[in-house]
Design a protein around this ligand. Structure first.
Ligand SMILES: O=C(O)c1cccc(C(=O)CC[C@H]2O[C@@H](n3cnc4c(=O)[nH]cnc43)[C@H](O)[C@@H]2O)c1
Length: 231
C-alpha cells in the first residue's frame, strides 16, 4: 500500500525520508515535489492548514495507484506536562482548534454554528498500533493558524479542547483533503517546544526531527502494511 506523508517544511520531509535509508526518488506533481522511498511518498506542502490541504489534494489527485493512507507529520508544540520536548504524539483526533466563533461565553466550534466540521478521527486501531510501535502518546492534536505564544491562549485552548496533547498547523488541512479522497488519515508529531509563552531559544528542533526519524523507522512496517479493511 502506498502512503502519502505531508510535512510543512523540507527539513521535516527529509527527517521522514531519512528513516527509510537511501536516496529518495524525486517526482514532480502539480505544485509540489514528492520524495519517494519504497511505499512512502513524502512532500513538504507548506505551513498552515490551507497550504497543507492544497498540497495533499493535488498529490492525492495526481498519483496512481491511489494512496491507502495519508499522514500529517512534523514537529509540534506540546502541552505540559503530558507532551514533553522530544516526545511523540499520535492524534486520536485532529481538531480545528480555532475554526468557529468567539463569544462572550467562550469559543464556539463551527459545528455549534450549524455548519462544517471541526475534527477528524483517525482509525483507532492504527493509532493504537503506531503508539505501540513508537511509544507515541495518543491524544487530541490541535490544528491552529497562529502558534500559541501566551499562557492565556494556552489556557483558553485547553478550556475549549480539554485533554489536548499537542498543537501544530497542518493536520486538519491534510485531513480535509484525505476525507474528500476517501483515504484514512493519521497525524504524528514530534514535540519541539512547549505550548505557552513564546521562547524560541528553548525550541529543540534538532531533537524533535531526530525523534520524527526514529518514529517513522519504527512504524514503517505498521504504516505500509496497514489495511483499513482488515480492522
Ligand atoms: O527554524 C528551523 O530551523 C525550523 C526547522 C524545522 C521546522 C521549523 C518550523 O518552524 C516548522 C513549522 C511547523 O512546525 C509546527 N509547529 C512546531 N511547533 C509548533 C507550535 O508550538 N504551534 C504550532 N505549530 C508548531 C507547525 O506545524 C509548523 O508548520 C523550523
Amino acid at each position: 500500500m502506498r502512503v502519502l506523508v505531508v510535512t510543512a517544511v523540507p527539513v521535516e520531509r527529509d527527517a521522514v525520508t531519512r528513516a527509510f535509508g537511501g536516496t529518495p526518488e524525486v517526482l514532480a506533481v502539480p505544485g509540489a515535489e514528492l520524495h519517494r522511498s519504497g511505499a512512502f511518498d513524502v512532500l513538504a506542502g507548506g505551513a498552515g492548514p490551507a497550504a497543507a490541504a492544497a498540497a495533499a489534494a493535488f498529490a492525492l489527485a495526481s498519483t496512481q495507484p491511489p494512496y491507502g493512507l495519508v499522514i500529517s507529520a512534523g514537529i509540534g508544540g506540546g502541552f505540559a506536562p503530558t507532551a514533553p520536548l522530544g516526545s511523540l504524539v499520535v492524534a486520536s483526533e485532529i481538531v480545528a482548534a480555532d475554526l468557529g466563533a468567539e463569544t462572550p461565553d467562550g469559543f464556539l466550534p463551527v459545528t455549534a454554528l450549524g455548519f462544517g466540521r471541526d475534527r477528524f478521527t483517525p482509525p483507532p486501531a492504527l493509532v493504537r498500533e503506531v503508539a505501540a510501535a513508537t511509544g507515541a502518546a495518543p491524544g487530541p492534536v490541535l490544528t491552529v493558524s497562529t502558534v500559541t505564544g501566551t499562557a492565556a491562549r494556552t489556557a483558553a485552548l485547553l478550556a475549549a479542547h480539554p485533554g489536548s496533547l499537542a498543537e501544530a498547523m497542518e493536520g486538519f488541512g491534510v485531513a480535509e483533503a484525505a476525507e474528500r479522497a476517501g483515504v484514512p488519515v493519521l497525524e504524528l508529531r514530534a514535540i519541539s517546544n512547549a505550548v505557552g509563552p513564546r521562547d524560541r531559544a528553548a525550541w529543540r528542533i534538532g531533537d524533535a526531527l531526530a525523534a520524527l526519524t526514529a518514529a517513522f523507522g519504527k512504524s514503517a512496517p505498521v504504516l505500509a502494511g496497514w489495511n483499513r479493511h482488515g480492522h
